[in-house]
Design a protein around this ligand. Structure first.
Ligand code: FAD
Length: 430
């Protein structure tokens, strides 16, 4: 395996990928398989922790495309067949069983430890020929005129090096490396929540197909818990809500978490026999999209381009799908010998359309007037469209579904940015 620690043997590559999460490793695998000389820069040492354990069925297809599916199937992750919703009083909705809608192997997905899952994807990219430099932080984009030509990195001994490629793919996750440096970050003001989460051992699990279900358990003021069963009797449990709601009596995270457990009967019952085994983690910075998805010699994928509230577990799917799509778009750019921003117009249009479908559903979820029951009672024929959204079949037309949802809840206007930056004037080297 070409695992180079933090010493790249060369300074010139075909492609530099920043970040070895699902987006970066997927793009790298595709391009390495095409015979491109790919360098992945990763600031951490793998395996590394990441939140985002609950996958959607449509992750199956990009995993299959990059040849990682079998490795994921063999990794003994918990099998996930459904998602269900629990009211504050503890009543559970009829689960959405993915196999009722999707009559394929893909209907069963997984609850993964991301340290293991991301390692599988990185190893897969390396097996296909990508070189990875771990503990190597991208510090600065290198520019010639208005074109990105490489990345300055800091390696673990503190020294810096300049590495060059005609195209850099930024997959740096919520660090949003280029977005923050270019001033491209635009927050979604209505989806400005925070999350607090931790891990328990010994929480109750339902039986049979429901054992590995994701449960979304409601809190007042449109807050919610996630309850994600993982391997070794561990559950990932987190809250997403408005800061004003969570911090209404102070900022002691443990007190807040325990108080909210008491608010939802399903959660309090399922955690009664459990013991907390990890510290709490907190994050804000919810839901943003970059003003641009590309400039000359640079293109963005995964959370480095856009992040959406995690209520429907769409993050890893969007990372894998955008990694796959950007890999194909960059390969086409090689064929054309053109790495200008405008090459990535179709990539960004398709990606933004998929993100918009999920964003509309997330908006509806947070609208007081929305409930799955209300929609299905009036429009039973739309259950299949809704399930398509929930399983991650996002890259199709949902006009009818959102028209119907619009009868009950706010459906936002589509964001009119996120395309390539085709008007770049002379950029400063920063
Ligand atoms: C609270 C919360 C809960 C979530 N729950 C779910 C869920 O249940 N299901 C789901 O699908 N998604 C979930 N997500 C979203 C999911 O975590 C992300 O969408 C997904 O990890 C994005 O993958 P990525 O490859 O874009 O980025 P990441 O997985 O974040 O990978 C980015 C990589 O880039 C590296 N990096 C960053 N900056 C640099 C740099 N300057 N130089 C070198 N390397 C760098 C990082 O170390 C990291 O390894 C959740 C997110 C949050 C915040």
């Amino acid at each position: 395996m070409k695992r180079n620690g933090n010493m790249a043997t060369s300074t010139h590559y075909d492609v530099i990928v920043i970040g070895a999460g699902p987006a970066g490793s997927t793009a790298a695998a595709i391009l390495a398989e095409c015979g491109r000389k790919v360098l992945i820069l990763e600031k951490q040492k793998f395996p590394r922790y990441s939140v985002g354990e609950s996958l959607l069925p449509y992750c199956y297809y990009p995993l299959q495309r990059i040849g990682a599916l079998e490795k994921v199937q063999q990794a003994s992750f918990i099998k996930k067949y459904s998602v269900q919703f629990a009211s504050i009083e503890g009543q559970v909705s009829q689960p959405f069983y993915f196999f009722e809608h999707l009559k394929q192997e893909a209907a069963q997905t997984w609850q993964v430890w991301r340290s293991d899952f991301d390692q599988i994807l990185l190893d897969n990219a390396v097996e296909k020929g990508a070189v990875v430099m771990e503990e190597t932080m991208a510090k600065r984009l290198l520019r010639r005129g208005k074109c990105n030509v490489g990345v300055e990195v800091k390696v673990s001994d503190g020294s810096t090096r300049s590495l060059y490629a005609p195209i850099t793919i930024d997959c740096s996750g919520r660090d949003a490396f280029s977005v923050k440096r270019n001033g491209w970050l635009i927050r979604d003001p209505k989806l400005n929540k925070i999350s607090i989460w931790t891990y328990y051992r010994g929480g109750l699990r339902d039986e049979g197909y429901d054992e590995g279900a994701t449960t979304v358990a409601y809190l007042p003021e449109k807050g919610w818990f996630w309850y994600i069963p993982l391997r070794n009797d561990v559950v990932s449990v987190g809250i997403t809500a408005e800061a004003d709601y969570l911090y209404r009596e102070g900022k002691d995270i443990q007190k807040i978490f325990n108080r909210e457990i008491g608010v939802n009967r399903w959660i309090s019952k399922h955690l009664e026999p459990a013991e907390r085994i990890r510290d709490f983690r907190v994050t804000g910075e919810y839901s943003y999209r970059s003003r641009y998805c590309a400039s000359d010699g640079l293109v963005l994928a995964g959370d480095a381009f856009a992040f959406l509230d995690p209520v429907f577990s769409s993050g890893v799917l969007l990372a894998l799908s955008s990694g796959e799509a950007v890999g194909a778009a960059v390969e086409a750019a090689f064929d054309a010998g053109d790495f200008s921003a405008s090459r990535f117009k179709k990539y960004s249009t398709t990606l933004c359309d998929g993100i918009e479908s999920m964003r509309k559903l997330v908006y509806a979820f947070y609208d007081d007037a929305f409930s799955f029951g209300r929609i299905f009672r009036k429009h039973p024929d739309l259950r299949s469209d809704m399930t398509d959204c929930l399983i991650g079949n996002l890259f199709r037309n949902f006009e009818r579904l959102f028209k119907a949802i619009g009868e009950f809840a706010e459906v936002p206007e589509e964001l009119n940015y996120g395309g390539p930056d085709t008007h770049v004037t002379e950029l400063k080297d920063f």
